[in-house]
Design a protein around this ligand. Structure first.
Ligand code: MLT
Ligand code: MN
Ligand code: ZN
Length: 306
């Protein structure tokens, strides 16, 4: 199983178009040692060389596809290696790219939970809009750990677990999260038995999420914020990490502490990094701290083989 990170940043990307925080200004000016990053998305490929599954369709999908020529096998006048799309939540940074993929020559096989399907039908009528273009072939994810397979990733067994996090800001139940607003995906390569746990929007550790993390050879998890009050302290928002459904890395019970409890052999990678997060500065003490804990930071184009 091959996983390619198309976009490693959180909503807004890095640098964010209207942001002049230290990171965004520094990377724009070339005075900060940091890599630019597009918004949150990965592709998963199994035993087939010319097929893959897109997990999350970011607003940057067109640039991401151009940066990954292997996803254009050119077998027909209109072609793509992407066979299906899976959504882990209904957030704008994970779904706006669906509109950019509307020229598909057949309805997209689209996997998401019932909670996400409702948000993208009612509060945000995205799915109805797509019916006027390529259309969608809906598949429901029941986030209770039942194995399923997705066309485009032969040899990969998928399982989904509900996470404690938040639905999108436009959701009718933003402050009363329901089962399935956000999921984590446990992907297993059938032949090697090796597993990846992918959870870009993990607000708080739960028994189910922790079980998945312990059973994985590689965890690719929420790296949005370094600290709980990061956006507030910078004067950029009134929202704390917990208000947005993201577990910060630092502090008691933070992501670093959880990752430290995993076996040494587990590969630990942070993804969905917000542009304010000091770990984006490769010379920062926070980034050094991650290095000391053996924690990697995902970048666009990163590949994981399991
Ligand atoms: C999030 O993950 O909290 C959202 O992507 C934020 C956003 O859409 O800007
Ligand atoms: Mn997001
Ligand atoms: Zn910024």
């Amino acid at each position: 199983m091959r996983i390619r990170v198309l976009g490693s940043a959180a909503g807004g990307g890095f640098p964010q178009w209207n942001c002049n925080c230290r990171n965004c200004a520094g990377v724009r000016a070339g005075t900060l040692r940091a890599q630019r990053r597009t918004q949150s998305s990965i592709v998963v490929a199994g035993t087939s060389a010319h097929e893959a599954v897109l997990v999350n369709a970011s607003p940057d999908i067109l640039a991401q596809l151009q940066a990954a020529p292997q996803l254009q096998p050119a077998r027909a006048a209109r072609d793509t290696a992407i066979r299906s799309i899976v959504l882990v939540d209904g957030q704008v940074d994970h779904t706006a790219g669906l509109l950019m993929l509307r020229e598909a020559t057949r309805p997209w096989p689209l996997w998401c939970t019932e909670a996400v399907r409702l948000d993208l039908t009612e509060a945000n009528p995205l799915f109805a809009v797509l019916e006027h273009y390529c259309g969608l072939e809906h598949h429901t994810i029941d986030p209770v750990g039942t194995p399923f397979s997705v066309a485009g990733a032969p040899g990969v067994v998928w399982r989904a677990v509900a996470l404690h996090s938040k639905p999108a800001p436009f959701s009718s139940h933003r402050n009363e999260p329901v089962h399935g607003d956000n999921i984590g995906l446990l992907l297993e390569d059938e032949s090697t038995g090796r597993r990846l746990f992918y959870a870009p929007g993990l607000g708080a550790m739960s028994e189910e999420a922790w079980e998945c993390m312990q059973g994985a050879d590689c965890v690719l998890v929420d790296g949005t914020f370094w600290s709980e009050d990061e956006m507030v302290r910078l004067g950029l928002s009134q929202k704390y990490a917990c208000d947005m459904g993201h577990l910060p890395q630092s502090g008691a019970d933070g992501m670093i502490e959880w990752l430290d409890r995993l076996p040494k052999a587990t590969r630990k990678i942070l993804i969905h990094i917000n542009n304010t997060n000091p770990i984006l500065d490769e010379d920062s003490p926070e980034r050094r701290e991650l290095d000391e804990h053996g924690i990697e930071v995902a970048y666009d184009g990163m590949e994981v083989l399991l």
